[in-house]
Design a protein around this ligand. Structure first.
Ligand SMILES: Cc1cc2nc3c(=O)[nH]c(=O)nc-3n(C[C@H](O)[C@H](O)[C@H](O)COP(=O)(O)OP(=O)(O)OC[C@H]3O[C@@H](n4cnc5c(N)ncnc54)[C@H](O)[C@@H]3O)c2cc1C
Length: 349
């Protein structure tokens, strides 16, 4: 008999969320290469839920995740303001328009160039650590196992069963292998002799700045409609800022590059007149995208024992509840609540 029904590779939000949704229904083992789950993209996010983000395929996942997150108390409403110099809001038609006077009232010290805005009051901070810990706890409560420092190094399909070798030589067998390896999605496919989909990791930088301005803790998320930056309040005089970078990267332990930190600050200084006093923290993580920037949930076309749960881009946290439920339904043969077609790996031919 096989050891497990489902072997999940990767202990970030994607693997943990799916594991929680499957626990109690199948025998699940989740393996994580690091000595702790959540070390990579999941532990480095900007932690917000923004309904308008991600495009038409992603928005239903974000919407369908909202009540689960809010119901557990893991959302704290912050609001978002989309800013523009010239009027460029065709993609946000449903959001209320903010004129210059309204923008000045919400963002003190806003430079004159920024004349146009849109209001997205439902934007919220997500308690990512609580969500991720909940998923791992649910997985274990349902009888599933989690092994850390147990990266997948080999996987052989004998026609019915996966024989997987983990770091330090441990062997396990499973009927289905789930690829939830984030930036390592394509390398994990190659380990299993499955054709990669072209999942590309892209580095995104975050900077925590101390600035000469008070009262910032609850500042809305301020996002450039042209995609040059976003920032949100962190402490009374500090913000989290990103230059919205997307630099192709090999899968790795990403770190913030000096040039991206400098770019972030230069762009920020063109938005508000708050003096930058110090860079308190900097970090970077890898957001991984399929070629069409839509996540991938489903069985591989050529290898039916291999399931893709990858390409969560910059929305893997805010979509996790609905995406996990969708992926679990596909794995269990249940009727999914959302249309799985946009996410089908078969779209890559
Ligand atoms: C700076 C930044 C800001 C972001 N902001 C937001 C935001 O505000 N809201 C939002 O919703 N999303 C945001 N995201 C995106 C979100 O963080 C990701 O979409 C999500 O965390 C992806 O989760 P994951 O589980 O797929 O990947 P990861 O969390 O990277 O997990 C994959 C895991 O697989 C493991 N692994 C790899 N290879 C193997 C192997 N061979 N064997 C075993 N394990 C392996 C890795 O060690 C890793 O822990 C942001 C991302 C970044 C980087």
């Amino acid at each position: 008999m096989v050891d497990f029904d489902i072997l999940i590779i990767g202990g970030g939000i994607a693997g943990a969320g799916l594991g929680a949704a499957l626990a109690g229904r199948r025998r699940v083992l989740l393996v994580e290469a690091e000595d702790q789950c959540g070390r990579h993209a999941t532990g480095r996010s900007a932690a917000f839920w923004l309904e308008s983000y991600g495009g038409p395929a992603v928005i239903p996942l974000s919407r369908a995740s909202h009540d689960f997150l809010a119901g557990h108390g893991w959302l704290r409403t912050r609001g978002a303001i989309h800013l523009a110099r010239a009027y460029v809001f065709d993609s946000l038609p449903a959001l209320e328009r903010l004129d210059r006077a309204a923008l000045e009232a919400r963002i003190p010290g806003l430079r004159f160039a920024w004349q146009h805005g849109r209001d997205e009051p439902s934007c919220a901070d997500i308690d990512v650590a609580a969500l991720h810990a909940h998923y791992l706890a649910e997985l274990r409560r349902g009888g599933g196992q989690v092994r850390t420092a147990a990266g997948l190094v080999a996987a052989v399909w004998d026609g019915k069963t996966w024989i997987a070798t983990l770091a330090e030589g441990a062997r396990v067998t499973a009927s289905i292998l789930v690829n939830a390896a984030g930036a390592w999605a394509d390398p994990v496919a190659k380990i299993a002799a499955v054709a990669p989909l072209g999942i590309t990791p892209k580095r995104r930088t975050m900077v925590q700045l101390r600035v000469g301005q008070n009262g910032l803790r609850h500042l809305p998320l301020v996002a450039d409609a042209d995609g040059g930056f976003y920032f949100k309040g962190e402490g009374d005089r500090s913000i989290w800022l990103s230059p919205h970078d997307e630099t192709d990267s090999a899968p790795c332990d990403a770190a913030a590059e000096e040039i991206d930190v400098a770019t972030a600050i230069a762009r920020f200084e063109q938005v508000v007149d708050w003096p930058v006093e110090a860079v308190e923290r900097r970090w970077a993580g890898l957001r991984s995208f399929a070629p069409d920037r839509i996540p991938v949930y489903g069985f591989d076309r050529a290898q039916p024992g291999f399931f893709w749960c990858v390409g969560q881009g910059g929305f893997g946290i805010q979509t996790a509840p609905a995406a996990s439920a969708l992926a679990a339904a596909l794995l269990l043969g249940d009727q999914p609540a959302l249309d799985p077609m946009p996410f089908d790996p078969a779209r890559f031919g």
